[in-house]
Write a protein that binds this ligand. Structure first.
Ligand code: SF4
Ligand code: SF4
Ligand code: SF4
Length: 572
C-alpha cells in the first residue's frame, strides 16, 4: 500500500505537489500526478503543498481499531511534538488515548533521551569525520534512495521511535506497538527491513483526531491519565529545532560550522551535495527534513513555529509518569540500539545534451535564452523538466510558457474555422432554400407519376379488352359452319369492325408511349433532385465537422485557461 496517493477526482493539475517534492518523484500522466513510491522519502511536502487535499495519506487507524475489537493489547508510543497539536494538558491527552482502547501509553521522548546519550557517546568516540543524525527517517530515506554514497556518514543509532519501541517490545512482548506522531516517513522507518518487528502501525496526529471524532472522544472531558514510561528530561525538546544537540550536550558551533543544525528538504539536499563534493566537511549535522518535527506534515495546528515550539517547551519539566527511571536502567544497559542502513538507489535513465535539446525544442525552446526557468511546471529549470519528460515523469503540456505560446495559433485557427463555418452556413442557407423548392417539386412529380401510372394501368386494361374482342372475332370467323368444314366469310361489316378495333389499339399504343415518355422525364427529374439532396447532406457534414473542430479548439483554449489559473494559483 502506497504511503501517499492522489485523489484524481479532486486534483486540479496545478503541479504544486511536483514543485514541492524535493526529489521529484511525482510523475504526471495525462496531466494527473502519481507518486513513484521507489523514490519517495515520505517528507510529506506534497501533502502540505496540495491546498485542496487531493494528496491522501495511508491510514492504519482501521487496522488498529480492528485489533482493539479482537482484544489485542496495544501500546501507543507518542512523538514528543504532541503538545504542539493538542490544546489540552498532557494528562487529558493521555486519558483520551486510554479512552480509545490503548493499554499502555508511552512518550517517545524517553527513547529520545536514550538516543541523545548514544549520540554523546558516538560523537566523543568518532574520529574527525562527518556524522549525519538519523532520528529523521526522511533524511535516512533521502540518503538511502538518492545519495547512497553518503550512507557511511549516517549515525548508526536507533531513532527515538525505534528505541522506545524496543523497550516496549522487551517489557510487553504481547502488545502491538502503534507510533503516533507528526511524521509520514516513520511509516517507512517502521517497515524498513533493518527495523522490522518493533513498530506494528503508524498514524499521524491528524489521523488520530479523526479517530477521536469517530469515537466521540472529547479531550476536555476524559479522565486524566499517566504515561507508562519514566519522565524524560530535556529530550522532550527533540521536536524543536536543535533538540538533539540540546539533549545530547553537543554544542552547536556557529562560528566554525563544525556542528550545525540543517532543516528543510532543499537545505538538506544542498548540504549533502556539498559534503559529497567535499566542499564542506563539518563534524556533526543535526539534520531534519522539517523545521523541527513540530512542523511535520501530520501535525494538526494553525499556529506558527514559535507558538508550537513554546507549547512543547512548557511540558519539559512536567511530571506525569508512573514509572521510575531506575526500573528500566538495567534493561536499557543490556539493549542494543545500534542501527544499520541499506542503499536503495533510485536509478533514473540519463540523457545526453542532444536528446535534451530535442525535447526542449518540442516545447519551443531552441537556444539557452529560451530557458527561462520559471518553475511553473514544478521543476526548477527547463532542463530538469525536459529530462523528466524524457524519463517519462513529466509532460510537455506542463510548461506554462509553451501553453501560452500555443494560444495565438489556436486563436487564429479558431478564427479561420469560424470564417469557414460562416461560409458553409451561407451555403447551407442557400441550399436549404433550394431544398425547399426541390422537395415541393419532388412532391408534385410524385403526384404526376402516380396519375401517369394510373393512366398507364387504365390503358393496359383497355388494350387487354381490345385484344379479347379481336380474339373473339377471329374465333367467330375460324369456326366451321357445317360438317363440310365451310367457315364464315369476312364481310364488309366485319372489316369495318376490325378497322375500328385496330384504330382504337393504335390510340392506346400512342397513349402508352406518351405516358412512358412522361414517366421517364419525371424519373430523370427525381434523380437530379436526389443528387442535389446528397450534396446538401455533404454540406451539412462539412458544417458538423467544422463545429466539432471549433468545439475541440475551444476545449484546448479552455484547458490552457484552467491550467494557467491552477498553476498561477499555486505558483510560488
Ligand atoms: S498539488 Fe495540485 S497537482 Fe498535486 S495533487 Fe494537489 S491539486 Fe493535484
Ligand atoms: S512525500 Fe516527499 S518525496 Fe514523497 S512524493 Fe511527497 S514530496 Fe515527494
Ligand atoms: S523532521 Fe520530523 S516530522 Fe519531519 S520528516 Fe523528519 S522526523 Fe518526520
Amino acid at each position: 500500500m502506497a504511503l501517499i496517493y492522489t485523489d484524481h477526482n479532486s486534483c486540479r493539475k496545478c503541479y504544486a505537489c511536483v514543485r514541492a517534492c524535493p526529489v521529484k518523484t511525482i510523475s504526471i500522466k495525462k496531466g494527473l500526478p502519481e507518486i513513484v513510491e521507489e523514490g519517495c522519502i515520505g517528507c510529506g511536502r506534497c501533502v502540505l503543498a496540495c491546498s485542496i487535499g487531493a494528496k491522501m495519506v495511508h491510514d492504519d487507524s482501521s487496522v488498529i481499531q480492528q485489533w482493539i475489537s479482537e482484544g489485542q493489547k496495544l501500546a501507543a508510543i507518542v512523538a514528543p511534538s504532541y503538545p504542539a497539536a493538542y490544546d489540552v494538558p498532557p494528562e487529558k491527552f493521555v486519558g483520551a488515548l486510554y479512552e480509545l482502547g490503548f493499554a499502555n501509553i508511552q512518550e517517545v521522548a524517553y527513547g529520545a533521551e536514550i538516543c541523545a546519550q548514544e549520540y554523546t557517546k558516538f560523537f566523543n568516540q568518532q574520529k574527525p569525520k562527518t556524522i549525519l543524525s538519523t532520528p529523521c527517517p526522511a533524511v535516512v530515506q533521502l540518503v538511502e534512495k538518492h545519495m547512497p554514497s553518503m550512507i557511511e556518514y549516517l549515525a548508526p543509532i536507533d531513532s527515538p521511535m525505534l528505541i522506545q519501541a524496543k523497550l516496549v517490545r522487551a517489557r510487553y512482548p504481547d502488545h502491538k506497538i502503534v507510533f503516533i506522531g507528526p511524521c509520514l516517513s516513520k511509516k517507512y522507518e517502521a517497515s524498513d527491513t533493518n527495523n522490522q518487528g518493533y513498530v506494528d502501525a503508524v498514524i499521524t496526529f491528524r489521523q488520530l483526531n479523526q479517530w477521536f471524532e469517530l469515537k466521540h472522544v472529547s479531550l476536555e472531558d476524559v479522565r486524566e491519565g499517566q504515561w507508562d514510561n519514566p519522565q524524560p528530561q530535556l529530550s522532550r525538546t527533540f521536536p524543536i529545532s536543535g533538540g538533539l544537540l540540546k539533549s545530547s550536550g553537543i554544542v552547536e558551533d556557529v562560528a566554525s560550522m563544525e556542528i550545525v543544525v540543517v532543516e528543510g528538504a532543499r537545505r538538506c539536499i544542498e548540504v549533502l551535495k556539498a559534503i559529497e563534493r567535499e566542499e564542506f566537511a563539518p563534524r556533526f549535522i543535526d539534520m531534519l527534513m522539517c523545521e523541527g518535527c513540530v512542523m511535520g506534515p501530520g501535525m494538526v495546528s494553525d499556529k506558527s513555529y514559535v507558538v508550537r515550539a513554546h507549547k512543547v517547551a512548557t511540558t519539559v519539566r512536567r511530571h506525569n509518569n508512573r514509572l521510575d527511571a531506575q526500573a528500566l536502567s538495567k534493561l536499557v544497559q543490556e539493549m542494543d540500539f545500534h542501527r544499520k542502513f541499506t542503499a536503495q538507489p533510485v536509478v533514473k535513465k540519463q540523457y545526453n545534451d542532444e536528446e535534451v535539446w530535442q525535447m526542449l525544442k518540442e516545447t519551443g525552446k531552441h537556444t539557452p535564452r529560451d530557458l527561462i526557468n520559471c518553475s511553473a511546471c514544478g521543476y526548477d529549470t527547463c532542463w530538469e523538466k525536459a529530462v523528466a519528460c524524457l524519463q517519462g515523469l513529466a509532460e510537455k503540456e506542463m510548461c506554462l510558457p509553451f501553453l501560452l505560446s500555443q494560444v495565438p495559433a489556436l486563436t487564429n485557427s479558431l478564427m479561420d474555422m469560424s470564417n469557414k463555418l460562416m461560409l458553409s452556413m451561407e451555403s447551407i442557407n442557400f441550399s436549404t432554400l433550394t431544398l425547399k423548392g426541390t422537395t415541393s417539386r419532388m412532391n408534385l412529380k410524385n403526384q404526376q407519376l402516380e396519375t401517369l401510372l394510373e393512366e398507364t394501368n387504365r390503358i393496359a386494361k383497355n388494350t387487354l379488352q381490345l385484344s379479347d374482342t379481336v380474339l373473339a372475332m377471329l374465333a367467330r370467323y375460324e369456326q366451321p359452319l357445317n360438317s363440310s368444314g365451310t367457315s364464315l366469310r369476312l364481310n364488309s361489316s366485319g372489316v369495318s369492325e376490325i378497322k375500328e378495333i385496330a384504330s382504337q389499339s393504335k390510340q392506346q399504343a400512342e397513349k402508352t408511349t406518351k405516358a412512358f415518355e412522361e414517366i421517364t422525364g419525371i424519373l430523370n427529374c427525381l434523380r437530379e433532385d436526389s443528387v442535389s439532396i446528397l450534396e446538401q447532406e455533404k454540406a451539412i457534414k462539412v458544417v458538423t465537422h467544422s463545429l466539432e473542430q471549433i468545439v475541440s479548439t475551444y476545449e484546448q483554449l479552455l484547458n490552457i485557461g484552467v491550467a494557467m489559473a491552477n498553476i498561477g494559483r499555486n505558483y510560488v
